[in-house]
Ligand binder design. Structure first.
Ligand code: HEM
Length: 443
């Protein structure tokens, strides 16, 4: 029996010429949510020169989880960024069997277990940052969180301090994302001498780091770089030098802005909810009562964990994914053709009242076992869906838990009552640079 498929998905709201570009730039998840509520699970978006088909909702997330590998590829979206470093490919741009192999090689380096036993190292980085704050002065939160997370990622994944290169890493990673992935910047910005300087410094730093690892095998617990070097020795054609360099930058490309911005949003939600902050403070003091944090005491910080879950629901850092269709498929009554550019509105489900009571309210009770609103397939997806699901999710969660605990333990901070949250996109969303907390005192 032939199915009755409709011909064209409806066109999302927009204005002549620019289409939906302004709305997509301003708040893509809000736009996708409104269009889903109006048109259903599939619609077309015309945004300036880009034409996309959106697939949205819990069913779309489940479809990508179950059948994404057969129907989508990441290559067109992510490979242009590889070319900037002369690399052939990277984990995020690969698909199919090669992606599986690359992910296997890098799994251990990104695993949560890379954080086990290193809580004190993570905390020391937080304390060093707090020591640089002036009592009575505002602390610019997103900048401070970037400093903390960059150093933590460098230490955890490569046993190397990137501290001297933080501005270069930020400049390089953001420019590459803006030019090659979101395509919001024209290519000529790559000629800017400040970008070129940052890129040269970062490449030299990473080359030296790789060489230092080659020179000192077996002197540490193997980290991401050791695993990449070992894989290169075993399969030289699979990871040539330029691809190894690209992979060594992976923690900064994938983890720096994402984890630092999530951490900034957590400090925002905590300081907007003083009763919750008090509960977290009590929990943190208990966790530190025996001196050091342990896996056990971290697990005991249930309120903080729910604050983080709720913050990642309300302020998703990677709200949607883009892909190219590999072969025709049917979804929600439409045929989506091979080579269509698709946007998967993954985190739209975070804002749907059918799953989350009063979805725009900050409410950590929704994550209690009694309500467990997130425990339905495809409705809570801050780390993406399908084969490219965040490989650093466990590490990100551990970094955020321990860092917030360290900040709450050692610093009393106060919000500015006049500040209204403004979210900027660089291109990952974060509170703007005016978001500051006053450093009242050490605790
Ligand atoms: C709260 C913080 C984070 C969020 C919300 C986040 C989210 C995501 C999402 C949505 C993807 C999928 C991208 C796609 O399918 O196109 C992804 C991939 C990835 N993330 Fe994260 N991420 C976070 C932190 C981190 C950290 C800290 C690391 C590393 C230390 C990391 C490493 C990766 C890697 C390596 C991939 C690529 C996986 C693959 O291609 O198979 N992420 N992340």
């Amino acid at each position: 029996m032939t199915k009755n498929l409709r011909s064209q998905p409806p066109l999302a709201d927009g204005v002549p010429i620019l289409g939906s570009a302004a709305a997509m730039l301003a708040d893509p998840v809000l736009f996708l949510t409104k269009q889903y509520q109006k048109h259903g699970a599939v619609f077309r978006i015309q945004a300036a020169t880009q034409n996309l088909t959106a697939i949205v909702g819990a069913e779309a997330n489940q479809f990508v989880t179950k059948e994404g590998t057969a129907h989508f590829r990441s290559w067109e979206v992510w490979h242009p960024q590889d070319t900037e470093l002369g690399a052939n490919r990277s984990m995020i741009s690969l698909d199919g069997a090669d992606h599986v192999q690359m992910r296997k090689i890098q799994k251990r380096g990104y695993a949560r277990s890379a954080v086990d036993g290193r809580y004190n190292d993570i905390l020391e980085i937080v304390v060093t940052e707090i020591n640089s704050w002036q009592q009575g002065q505002p602390v610019s939160v997103t900048a401070a969180m970037k400093r903390i997370v960059t150093e933590q990622l460098g230490q955890l994944t490569t046993n190397t301090s990137p501290r001297a290169y933080i501005p270069d890493l930020l400049k390089m990673v953001r420019t590459m994302l803006f030019v090659y992935v979101t395509k919001q910047y024209p290519k000529f910005v790559l000629l800017d001498p400040s970008y070129q300087r940052a890129k040269t410094r970062v490449i030299n730093f990473v080359r030296e780091m790789i060489q230092a690892h080659r020179d000192t095998p077996g002197t540490r617990e193997p980290d991401l770089i050791d695993d990449l070097i070992a894989a290169q020795q075993e399969y030289p054609d699979f990871i040539p030098d330029q691809d190894l360099l690209m992979a060594a930058l992976g923690p900064y490309i994938a983890g720096l802005d994402t984890a630092a911005n999530a951490l900034s949003f957590v400090l925002w939600t905590l300081h907007q909810n003083p009763e919750v902050l008090e509960q977290v403070r009590a929990e943190v003091d208990t966790a530190f009562a025996s001196g050091e944090l342990t896996t056990q005491s971290i697990r005991g910080m249930d309120v903080l964990h729910r604050v983080i879950l709720e913050t990642m629901r309300l302020y998703p850092i990677a709200g949607a994914l883009t892909r190219t269709v590999t072969k025709d498929f049917e979804f929600a009554g439409y045929t989506i053709k091979k080579d269509t550019n698709v946007i998967i509105g993954t985190t739209v489900t975070h804002f749907l009242p059918e799953y989350y009571q009063n979805p725009y309210a900050f409410d950590i009770e929704r994550f209690t076992p009694a309500r467990a609103e997130h425990r339905r397939p495809g409705v809570y997806v801050p780390f993406g869906v399908g084969s490219h699901t965040c490989l650093g999710a466990g590490m990100a969660e551990a970094i955020i838990m321990v860092s917030v605990a360290g900040i709450i333990k050692h610093a009393k901070l106060e919000p500015d009552p006049n500040y209204k949250l403004r979210i900027i996109s660089t291109p990952t969303p974060s509170p703007d640079t005016k978001f500051a907390l006053k450093f009242v005192a050490r605790r």
